[in-house]
Each structure stands twice: as C-alpha cells, then as structure tokens.
Design a protein around this ligand. Structure first.
Ligand SMILES: Cc1cc2nc3c(=O)[nH]c(=O)nc-3n(C[C@H](O)[C@H](O)[C@H](O)COP(=O)(O)OP(=O)(O)OC[C@H]3O[C@@H](n4cnc5c(N)ncnc54)[C@H](O)[C@@H]3O)c2cc1C
Length: 463
C-alpha cells in the first residue's frame, strides 16, 4: 500500500550514467523518481573539469561508434542525440622509434574485408617528427610490411586478420560461450605469436580495458576487440560529461537532487545526511561498487584498475592528427595519448592544442616529468615548453573483470531493492547503461504497469 508520506515511487542513489539512464526509463513509464547525488554535480566518473577554456576529462574516455559495441548509447532515451567525435581509423603504434598505423579502415568492418586488409601495418616514418597522418596512403597502396613492424611478418598479420575477422563476425553469445582465461593466457593459447600480442594486442587491449597486464577475462577482451574491429573509437563532443549532462537535462525538472548523500537504504526508504528519511516504493542503488557494498554489506567489492590522465597544452601541436597513439614498447608510463583537441576542437581554446595522455596502474612518483619525457619520444618533439593543465588520478577507476567474470550480475536483490552500475556488467559506459536498463525493467515489472500513484514531493531539510 502506498502511504501519503512517500516522496517518490523510486529513489535512485547516484547520478552517474547508470542512475540517470534508469531515471529516464522510469520517468518515461510514468513512475515518479528522485535521483540523489552526493556530489555537487551529476556525472560521477564521467566528469569534465573546465580550466581557461579547456575541457579536461577525469577519464581517458574511449567509446565506440559501433552500435554493435555500445548499443545502449543508441537505446537509452535522449542519448540518440549525443555528438561523438571519432579518432582516425585504427590506431598509431609507437615501436622502436617508429610509428605504424594498424587497423586503419574508414568504415565498419565486414568479415570479408577484415580478412584481407584489417591488420596491415604501415611504418609511417623513421624520423617521428616527419610522420603525418594526412600522408598515410590508402590501404591498397600499402608497401610490404617489414618483419620488424609491431605485428610481425606478413603471415603473422594474415593470421591476426583472420582471427579478428572471426571475432567481428561472431555473435556475442558465441564469444561468451568460449572458454574463459585471463586475456594474456587466452591469446597465447590461441597461437597468437608473442610479437603480435606485445606489439599490437597488448597495447590496444590495455587502452580499451585499462588493464596493462591483460588479467581481464578473455570473454571481455574478445568483446572489446570485437567493438574495436566493428567501429571507430570516439569521445563525446565537449568532454565526457556531455553524456550525463544530456541525460540530466532531459529528465523532468526536479528529478535530480545534487549534494544529497545517502547513508542507508532499505526496500521502502533511504536515509540521507541532509534530508533525513525519504520514503518510496523501491530503491535503486546506482553508485560505484565500493559505496554500493558499504550501503548493502554482502555485495561484492571487485579489485580496481587505477588510471591517471595527464593534460598538457602547447601552441605547436604534434603531427599525429586525430590518431590515438599507443606505446607498443612500454617505454614509459604513458599507455596511450592523443592530441584530443584535434579529435574534438571544442576541448581547447583557439590556437592551443590539448594533449591528453593516460597512465595505467600505479603512476610513478613524479608522474608529470615521467610523462613529459615519454611523450617527447612518442611524438618525436620536445615537450619542455608544454604546460601541464591537470593530473587526474582515480585509484578506483575501473572495476577489474578477472575470470570468472559474470557479465550479467543480478540487479534485483529483493522486491523493492535493486542495484546497477558498471560493476554489475562490463566495466564500461555500455555496461553501466545496460545494467541500468536491466534494473529499470525489473523495477517496472515489480511495480506493475500502474505507473506513478502519487506526485513527487520536494525534499525537506534535515531535522
Ligand atoms: C579513468 C577512467 C577511464 C575510463 N575509461 C573508459 C573507457 O575508455 N571506456 C568506457 O566505456 N568506460 C571507461 N571508464 C568507465 C566508465 O567511466 C564507467 O564505467 C561509468 O562512468 C560508470 O558509471 P556509473 O553510473 O556506473 O558509476 P559512477 O559514474 O561512479 O556514478 C556513481 C555516482 O554515485 C554517486 N554516489 C556515490 N555514493 C553516493 C551516496 N552515498 N549518496 C549519493 N550518491 C552517491 C557518485 O558521486 C557518482 O556520481 C573509465 C573510467 C575511469 C575512471
């Protein structure tokens, strides 16, 4: 029975992308919803700092434009208008002082095309300064690949192309039915040559999974590779926060309440530090994994991959265009880097370039100096005069997905108590959105189709 004291049908704890997208599905179904967010702004890990006209993400956010890879970006109400800025096709690999383009196809992959052309590698330049993405010839005019290229010999590349073509053509269910091992072991067990793993797959998967040691479940790694093969990598225009901002802006006014920290949850109420008890018919916990387990002891806390993102600016941008540059040699702390203002010009003021670089794992003590020295080698240019804008370190950035990894952790704990977020699915934006889709569906099923039984009421102040 609904009591007059209820303030919303559903209270969602946390206004990251999972909580906000669940709110969309619930409010669209006529269910009154209050989203309570502890921080002063929504967005969670997808926040963007603004400094002097620069837009600096806390996260080195890589999404995929492929609707096969990130279907929830298109399925979530209101996100279909999200503007995405693509990187150049494929990636640039830095190896032995040279840069090589790999996986450079302009359009989404078909298995047939992948087999023939996908993983041809082109050494761009021996003098890195001279490398220019604009100068890369078309795939058909690629010269023979040198055996020292990061993907190995032509035979190695043909094998890799065939393996990735199979991945691109495989339904998700088939990938999820494959034996599950740590990704590094699985790659070796599949007969992939060590130089192909170290020269290409390791740096690529490290970037996609934030896991330099490839301890991630091979099933999750297969999904990430499949996403890479089937579409271009991209970032949200205007910064990572564009995604949660769009979600928050298009909710009914008064749905999101920032600066409200939830201190306990039950099936019919939450207690907050600022407003006391808020009664409801159901609670959806949409926080990070650690907070979820603090509020609901018994929920599993995974290990996390730490991530540090370092932002620099210069008035002389390196010549890598819109490419994502990966270090295949592991010759310093930077896993991947890009002149992100070339990919998304809205992230820097006119005349300035923004270079965003990602360090995976525990960063070295003087991270900025180590990153600058490494970037000088990767870009083949002096970084001495580059200005550091921000160093963002997130110790618990991405939940580890070690095997056995359950990609569909239950989101319904009890009638009235639900949980979602990237820790219930894959540790990605897609995983966060998909888990919230599952949770919203479960809530709507449990509440029945009657929709809202009362109007949402404003939060009262704490007594
Ligand atoms: C450095 C980094 C790099 C990443 N790279 C990628 C990538 O390349 N590709 C990709 O797809 N994903 C990437 N991710 C992961 C992606 O950002 C997350 O999966 C996604 O943002 C998680 O969203 P969420 O809503 O589940 O959780 P969160 O964004 O963590 O949202 C949880 C919200 O709950 C709030 N909250 C916590 N406790 C309380 C409380 N007691 N009361 C009220 N509110 C509370 C928090 O303030 C937060 O706003 C990366 C993440 C990081 C940090």
């Amino acid at each position: 029975m609904l009591e007059p004291a209820y303030q919303a049908d559903v209270v969602i704890v946390g206004a990251g992308v999972a909580g906000l997208s669940a709110a969309h599905r619930l409010t669209s179904a006529g269910v009154t919803t209050a989203v309570l967010e502890a921080a002063p702004y929504p967005g969670g890990r997808m926040s963007t700092e603004k400094i002097d006209g620069f837009r600096l993400d806390r996260i080195g956010q890589l999404l995929s434009m492929s609707s096969m890879a990130y279907p929830e970006l298109r399925l979530t109400p209101s996100l279909d208008t999200l503007a995405l800025r693509p990187f150049a096709p494929g990636v640039l690999l830095h190896s032995n002082g040279r840069r090589h383009r790999a996986g450079a196809l302009a359009s989404p992959m078909s298995a047939r095309r992948a087999r023939g052309a996908l993983y041809a590698v082109r050494a761009l330049a021996s003098a890195p300064r001279a490398a220019s993405v604009r100068g890369v010839p078309s795939q058909t005019s690629l010269p023979r690949v040198r055996a020292s290229a990061p993907l190995g010999t032509a035979v190695d590349q043909a094998r890799l192309g065939a393996a990735l073509a199979r991945l691109a053509a495989s339904p998700v269910e088939r990938l999820l039915a494959r034996p599950e091992l740590p990704a590094a072991q699985a790659l070796a067990a599949r007969g992939v040559p060590a130089r192909t793993i170290d020269g290409f797959l390791r740096p690529l998967l490290a970037a996609l999974l934030c896991d330099p040691e490839l301890t991630t479940s091979s099933r999750c790694a297969d999904l990430a590779l499949r996403a890479f093969v089937s579409g271009r990598l991209c970032v949200p225009e205007g910064g990572a926060e564009a995604l949660p901002e769009l979600l928050a802006r298009t909710l009914p006014p008064g749905t999101v309440h920032t600066g409200v920290r939830v201190t306990s949850v039950a099936t019919t109420s939450v207690t907050t530090a600022e407003h006391g008890e808020i009664r409801c018919r159901a609670v959806l916990l949409a926080t990070d994994a650690r907070t979820a387990a603090e509020l609901l002891p018994g929920l599993r806390v995974p290990d996390f991959h730490p991530v540090t993102v370092v932002h620099h600016t210069t008035d002389e941008p390196p010549t890598t265009g819109t490419s994502l540059l990966l270090d295949a040699d592991r010759g310093g702390p930077v896993a991947h880097t890009a002149v992100i203002s070339q990919v998304d010009p809205s992230r820097a003021p006119a005349g300035r370039a923004l270079i965003s670089s990602t360090v995976l794992g525990t960063p070295p003590p003087d991270v900025d100096t180590a990153v600058r020295m490494h970037l000088a080698r990767l870009y083949g240019t002096s970084t001495a005069r580059w200005e550091t804008l921000a160093v963002h370190h997130t110790p618990e950035a991405v939940p580890a997905m070690r095997p056995p990894h359950d990609l569909r952790r239950p989101v319904r704990l009890l009638a009235g108590l639900y949980v979602c977020g990237d820790h219930r699915d894959t540790s990605t934006v897609q995983g966060a959105l998909h888990s919230s889709h599952r949770a919203a569906t479960a809530i709507l099923t449990d509440l029945g189709t009657a929709g809202s039984l009362h109007r949402a009421e404003p939060l009262r102040a704490a007594a």
